[in-house]
Design a binder for this molecule. Structure first.
Ligand code: FMN
Length: 189
């Protein structure tokens, strides 16, 4: 099995719980992973503090965290061969910067690299409702090869906790990223 090199970017959209659940799930999948690099925007840290009331992202010592302005991070260049990038949650601001090639921070640069190298970009966008600008930006990123995977939970697995609700989205993201994992699928036992 070829192990994955994954970039996880967390931005300042609502839904820090999605990032937390993804961090937890990736720990369970570590035999399928060579490296996880994480970059958080300033707003991501603020929203995490506000919504989850902690700074627990500091506790994930299996992952390598990079400063949002660190253009020397390995995945700021195509040669490091990170194969997958997951932006979770993805703000409309970050989506717009990616759609327009404005690589002015490590998140937008890493996404630019993933797209130019024709690797896998998953953007878990979150806002409601969408403006035409948002929709056009999602179209542009899709046309460039990215996958827009909105933070739309499902409820047919009868989730009981907020983590389980968020897990319905994260599970879909991990499927799309190509991980082998146990996940509830509609009409499957
Ligand atoms: C509590 C809170 C919730 C937010 N929720 C959203 C959201 O769901 N979607 C979004 O696009 N922006 C949201 N924002 C605004 C973004 O944080 C803001 O546009 C920021 O500039 C995004 O920058 P970043 O993408 O670099 O994190 C929220 C801000 C706060 C403080």
């Amino acid at each position: 099995m070829i192990k994955k090199k994954v970039v996880v970017a967390v931005t300042g959209a609502s839904g820090s719980i999605y990032a937390k659940v993804l961090f937890d799930q990736l720990l369970e999948l570590k035999d399928q992973i060579e490296a996880v690099g994480v970059v958080m925007s300033d707003n991501a840290k603020e929203v995490w503090q506000f919504e989850l009331d902690n700074e627990d992202y500091n506790h994930y010592q299996d992952y390598t965290f990079y400063n949002k302005n660190d253009f020397n991070a390995p995945f700021a260049s195509g040669s490091a061969k990170y194969d997958t990038m997951i932006i979770i949650p993805c703000s409309m601001g970050t989506l717009g910067r990616i759609a327009h090639g404005i690589s002015n921070d490590l998140i937008s640069r890493a996404a630019d690299v993933i797209l130019k190298e024709r690797r896998k970009l998953l953007a878990v966008v979150r806002d409601t409702p969408f403006s035409l600008i948002h929709i056009n930006n999602m179209k542009t990123v899709t046309e460039a090869g990215g996958i827009i995977c909105p933070a739309n939970p499902s409820f047919y697995s009868l989730p009981k906790t907020i983590e389980e609700v968020a897990g319905t989205v994260v599970s879909r993201v991990l499927d799309l990223a190509g991980f082998e994992q146990e996940s509830y699928r509609w009409q499957e036992k």
